[in-house]
Ligand binder design. Sequence first.
Ligand code: UDX
Length: 453
Amino acid sequence: MPERENCRLVLVLFPLQGHINPMLQLATILNSRGFPITIAHPQFNSPDPSNYPNFTFLPIPDGLSKGSFAAKDFHSTMLAIHRNCQEPLRQFIQQTLEQKDPKDQVACIIYDAVMHFAQKVASQLNLPSINVRTSAAASMLAFAAFPRANEQGYVTFTDSLIQDETHELQSLKLRDLLITMGENPSDTILELRAATTSATRNSSAIIVNTIHFLEEEILPKIQEYFPEPIFAIGPFHKLAPSSSSSLLKEDTGCTSWLDKQASRSVLYVSLGSVASMNEEQLLETAMGLAMSERPFLWVVRPGSVSCAEWLELLPKEFQEIIGQRGCIVKWAPQKEVLAHGAVGGFWTHCGWNSTLESICEGVPMLCWPVFGDQGLDAKYISHKWKIGLELEGKLERGKIAGAIRRLMVEEEGEVIRQKALAFKERAEQSLGTGGSTNSSLDELVELILSFQP
Ligand code: UDX
């Protein structure tokens, strides 16, 4: 499609793999509808521009160093990004507005919800803004639900709504939703959530990387709290042709290993790009995999096990098991792995991208949520959608092996697999002509065109 004049979109990325992927996918989707794209991103964890020759990249000085991100100092790092990036972003966009060809004007700023300061920049520059949720739509409600004083301008739910045991959101009680997002959040977290919610309410629209049928009961509920239009146009990764946005090098050798395994026999194990394990959890996982007697493909990110570089803490006897029926890599081409016919189950931390990627391939999940929205996703997968099982409590080898066998070998697992395959089909339908994603995307394009300066 030829580029639309006067309709450049500036997308503001949050520099974490689980956010970079969906934002670049969204940029690709919008570019395929003719919109010229500028990607504004903190210098930390910069995406590789050579994978996206159509886009203009705008690195923002952030004052961060490599390795700054860890789950434990995640929120203070986010605060630093907010502190350091707002003014440079404003200056960069202002210069773009001043210098560019009048035919190449910015139509709007589309920002990852976590980068809420971008909404302020948009309002300073009199530009419309669109807020993007890279997590489940329900997480918006969970963010907004934490009670804060109204006079501070934050969205609140009343205490009575929170305590109302009869008020259910898709069979997940609101109280449970809140608990999955952290029972006693710190003031910093509350502040970030409140600022995100406030920015969301001040944006012209919301884009969510979700599929309508997955959250059809909760989306109208969310619309009650956020008056602007909400576009559920996920799963982004299925609409965007696959340019790699991996920060780590993918080990493609594991797909040749998968080629040698029986159909649906392999458990794929990955905890995404941030979650980590301690030594005891690593050992229990290894021994649980061994006891399950199933083949496994395990992603162990270097540095994701505390006090270890990589695999040196694994016992010798486990090395033998790997030789017989295991493959361990530092980073996998995950979407390809999940689409491989040998993969029959996914032990996941339930990051939202992993959840959507698994749903789209009909792979049943074993849920082990670690932090943030992952608890909510795990409840969706295991309790609401019933396309997986949750590993609850402490990781323990016998329990792990039992859960793997329930999912991969026993009758219960077969029922879950059939449900997962039905979800895959519904996800495909949403992408077809007349499907919910397709229609919503058309409406979004119309809205953006109406912003033209
Ligand atoms: C983070 C949060 O933890 C998550 O809860 C939130 O919803 C998004 O941001 P992350 O933990 O990295 O993301 O998990 P996830 O959302 O699953 O994203 C990981 C991405 O990395 C996926 O797109 C996955 O395909 C990719 N990946 C993961 C690989 O390409 N290779 C791997 O080996 C592992």
